[in-house]
Design a binder for this molecule. Structure first.
Ligand code: A3P
Length: 296
């Protein structure tokens, strides 16, 4: 067990300096050697930034707005999570992706420097979705409560300290959002914000379609907006993870589609925690020029 990392199980192991699930670390050579194809579209996020939301939007655009086709399989089968390895019954993101026909939509939470190099070499399009750190922390806390593969987060105050310090899975939120922000200077990356999507979903879906070189007639756009609103996704078994057994995700503790809002952090943060995190954001985001909205 790494004494610097939280959790009573040795489930997190540092890989190239970033805490990752042990199973991912054990398969690291295979993940790093993953062969991207030039027409792959990669969705990249820090966990709990709205990954499933953007996965669903991209998949529907790719299928020309055919909702029935998309809803036949859960989202995690339509766009494999490349660095995910679970024990029996074995789930291997790399194997699932390799078995898929092109064009593939793939998902990763890896920080930019840890991405399998072939994605850069093949010049694959990538969509990065970022969410403000306060809501991201709250969503992550609740996900740790319900996801039985992740360690119990314990008390919120301690969890927040671990989260800010980058001791939770995938490491520092700051390094993640800044690393991908920098990567877009030399690579075709569409960098989106959760808060913008909440503000005007149609506008952001249009950006995604344009990036994918797909024409979206107005009725199709309207259909996608209706289908990917929080209220629709919350009750859609193809995206709400209710197809995952309760022993892995206990949605009675906290649903996967929990609140889906900007500003829920206000229910959890003390004034002191909020002010301190604002200061840390000012310091750590300054160089990048990145700014986040924490309310709409
Ligand atoms: P909350 O826990 O704040 O509700 P991920 O898919 O990366 O795991 O992110 C999950 C978070 O995105 C959850 O946040 C979930 O509710 C939110 N989310 C998923 N679909 C959404 C949608 N259509 N609109 C708004 N938020 C959504």
């Amino acid at each position: 067990m790494d004494p610097e990392l939280p959790g009573d199980e040795s489930w997190l192991v540092k890989t190239e300096g970033v805490p990752l699930p042990r199973q991912t670390t054990e398969k690291w050579d295979q993940i790093s050697a993953f062969q991207a194809r030039p027409d792959d579209l990669l969705i990249c996020t820090f966990p709990k930034s709205g990954t499933s939301w953007i996965q669903e939007i991209v998949d529907i655009i790719l299928h020309g707005g055919d909702l029935q086709k998309c809803d036949q399989l859960p989202i995690y089968e339509r766009s494999p999570f490349i660095e995910l390895f679970l024990p029996k019954p074995v789930v291997s993101g790399v194997d699932e992706a390799e078995a898929m026909p092109s064009p593939r939509v793939l998902k990763t939470h890896l920080p930019a420097p840890l991405l399998p190099p072939s994605f850069w070499k093949q010049n694959c399009k990538m969509i990065y979705l970022a969410r403000n750190v306060k809501d991201n922390a709250v969503s992550t806390f609740n996900f740790h409560r319900m996801n039985k593969l992740l360690p119990n987060p314990g008390d919120w105050n301690n969890f927040l300290e671990d989260f800010i310090a980058g001791r939770c899975w995938y490491g520092s939120w700051f390094d993640h959002v800044c690393g991908w922000w920098e990567a877009k200077n030399h690579h075709p990356i569409l960098y989106l914000f959760y808060e913008d999507m909440k503000e005007d979903l149609a506008r952001e879906i249009k950006k995604v379609a344009q990036f994918m070189d797909v024409e979206l007639p107005e009725p199709v756009l309207n259909r996608i907006v209706k289908h990917t609103k929080f209220e629709s996704m919350k009750v859609n078994p193809a995206v709400n993870y209710t197809t995952v057994p309760d022993c892995l995700m206990d949605q009675t503790i906290s649903p996967f589609m929990r609140k889906g809002i900007v500003g829920d952090w206000k229910e959890h943060f003390t004034v002191a925690q909020s002010e301190r995190l604002d200061e840390i954001c000012t310091q750590l985001l300054k160089e990048s020029g990145l700014t986040f909205r924490t309310e709409l």
